[in-house]
Design a protein around this ligand. Sequence first.
Ligand SMILES: Nc1nc(=O)c2c([nH]1)NC[C@@H]1CN(c3ccc(C(=O)N[C@@H](CCC(=O)O)C(=O)O)cc3)C=[N+]21
Length: 283
Amino acid sequence: MSAQIIDGNLLSQQLRQDVAARAAALTAKGNQPGLAVILVGADPASQVYVRNKVKACEDNGVFSLLEKYQADMTEAALLARIAALNNDPKIHGILVQMPLPKHIDPTKVIEAISPRKDVDGYSVLSAGELLTGLPGFRPCTPYGCMKLIESTGTKIAGKHAVVIGRSNTVGKPMALLLLQANATVTICHSGTADLGYHTRQADIVVAATGRRNTLTADMIKPGAIVIDVGINRDDNGKLCGDVDFAAAKEVAGHISPVPGGVGPMTITMLLVNTIEAAERETN
Ligand SMILES: Nc1nc(=O)c2c([nH]1)NC[C@@H]1CN(c3ccc(C(=O)N[C@@H](CCC(=O)O)C(=O)O)cc3)C=[N+]21
């Protein structure tokens, strides 16, 4: 038996059609949605990601403003740019690419972004809205993972979901979204005594550790849904996730690949959040 591959590129393509239609409707009302993307420094991976984000905007009728700064940009200068973008009516979403250089405090930067423009969903307010079930921006990666899980047609309510990883950007919000969908949720992490014990009971596993081969075939319940958030390199320098994909796909029921799974969905949900931000500001 071989798992069904959850195609994040295909699902993205479908969801982006709706994004493009909503962007066109907003533009017709004189309020084209706009996203500002700020990159500080020249990390090669970050350069690829921001380019993909800007391209996705262009392809779907969303205005984008890419601002690149030298790694030695001061924190004060970055905060001043954010303040200006907060007051720019053409900009509905502001994304500051992480990680930032060490001399800049990411919390200060995130909290400087207007909550109405926090399309990454990284702010304390957005986190609180998710925790309490209030409407607000959901962090793009876990939001995209939910869409991938839903696309399998499997009912989430009552299922046992295991999230591996507890970061503020993926693991914790992922667990909250699954909980909101009425899954029974277990959060595993680097301090978990026996990871396989937990994952073998999971109907849904989301792997978000940033370590390749975190989840191997023997740790997966036959037929389970496996979502791979990892972005790693194998010994040949090839992009790979946290899951031993080749073996896991023989056990899982549905599995998302890397690349072509969560990555494109992260960008798609960024577009969705930007559209929502613009719709809120449109009469
Ligand atoms: N403020 C902020 N917001 C983010 O959303 C954010 C961030 N900082 N910092 C870094 C992570 C990472 N991230 C990715 C987005 C798309 C792909 C993506 O499109 N991946 C392609 C492959 C791209 C390639 O070839 O390298 C895929 O998986 O198919 C990957 C990673 C967003 N992040």
